[in-house]
Design a protein around this ligand. Structure first.
Ligand code: ADP
Length: 159
C-alpha cells in the first residue's frame, strides 16, 4: 500500500525550515500533502490562497508533493485523504508540549493515524514564520531563511 503523509501547518509563510521537513518527508513517503490550516487566532499575514501559491512554488521541484488547504479538523482531513501519517517538525523543547497535546488528542480521535516527528535541521532550529515576518517588517534580509518567492512576497507586503 502506498504511504501518504499529511504535513499540516499555518505556513504563514513557508520557511526553509518547513521546506526541509517537506523535502525529507518526500523521500520517505510515496506522497506528501502539505495542508494549510487557517489559524485565525494567529492573525495571519498572508491569505490562504497566497500561502498555497507560495508553497506550490517552493515545492514545485518535488514531484510527489501537493499543496492543499482545509478549514476543518486535521484528523477528519487525514481520514478523508486516507493518509496513514501526520508529519510534523520539531524544533526546540518549546515545541514539545504543544505537539504532545495535539498528538494525544489526534490519537484519541483516530488511533490508526500515526503522528511522526522529524527533528529540525540544526541550521533551522530557531527559524519560524513569526521571526521571519518580524525581520522582514523592518526590511532586513531574510534571503537565507525563506525561498526566493517568499522573500519577494514579504517585500511586497511590507513595502
Ligand atoms: P502550526 O501553526 O501548526 O504550528 P507552522 O506553520 O508554524 O504551523 O508549522 C508547521 C509545522 O512545521 C510544525 O510541525 C512546526 O513544528 C514545523 N516547523 C516550523 N518551523 C520549523 C523549522 N524551522 N524546522 C522544522 N520544523 C519546523
Amino acid at each position: 500500500m502506498s504511504k501518504l503523509a499529511i504535513c499540516p501547518g499555518s505556513f504563514d509563510p513557508v520557511t526553509n525550515g518547513h521546506l526541509d521537513i517537506i523535502e525529507r518527508g518526500s523521500r520517505i513517503f510515496d506522497h506528501v500533502i502539505v495542508a494549510v490550516f487557517n489559524n485565525q487566532s494567529k492573525n495571519p499575514l498572508f491569505t490562504v490562497e497566497e500561502r498555497i501559491y507560495l508553497l506550490t512554488e517552493a515545492t514545485k521541484h518535488l514531484s510527489n508533493v501537493t499543496v492543499d488547504a482545509s478549514e476543518g479538523l486535521l484528523i477528519d482531513y487525514a481520514r478523508e485523504k486516507q493518509a496513514q501519517v501526520i508529519l510534523r517538525g520539531l524544533r526546540a523543547v518549546s515545541d514539545f508540549e504543544y505537539e504532545m497535546q495535539i498528538t494525544s488528542m489526534n490519537r484519541k480521535l483516530d488511533k490508526d493515524i500515526e503522528t511522526m516527528f522529524m527533528m529540525t535541521n540544526n541550521q533551522y532550529s530557531f527559524l519560524s514564520s513569526s521571526i521571519v515576518k518580524e525581520v522582514a517588517k523592518y526590511r532586513a534580509t531574510v534571503a537565507d531563511l525563506v525561498p526566493e518567492v517568499v522573500e519577494k512576497a514579504l517585500k511586497e507586503k511590507y513595502k
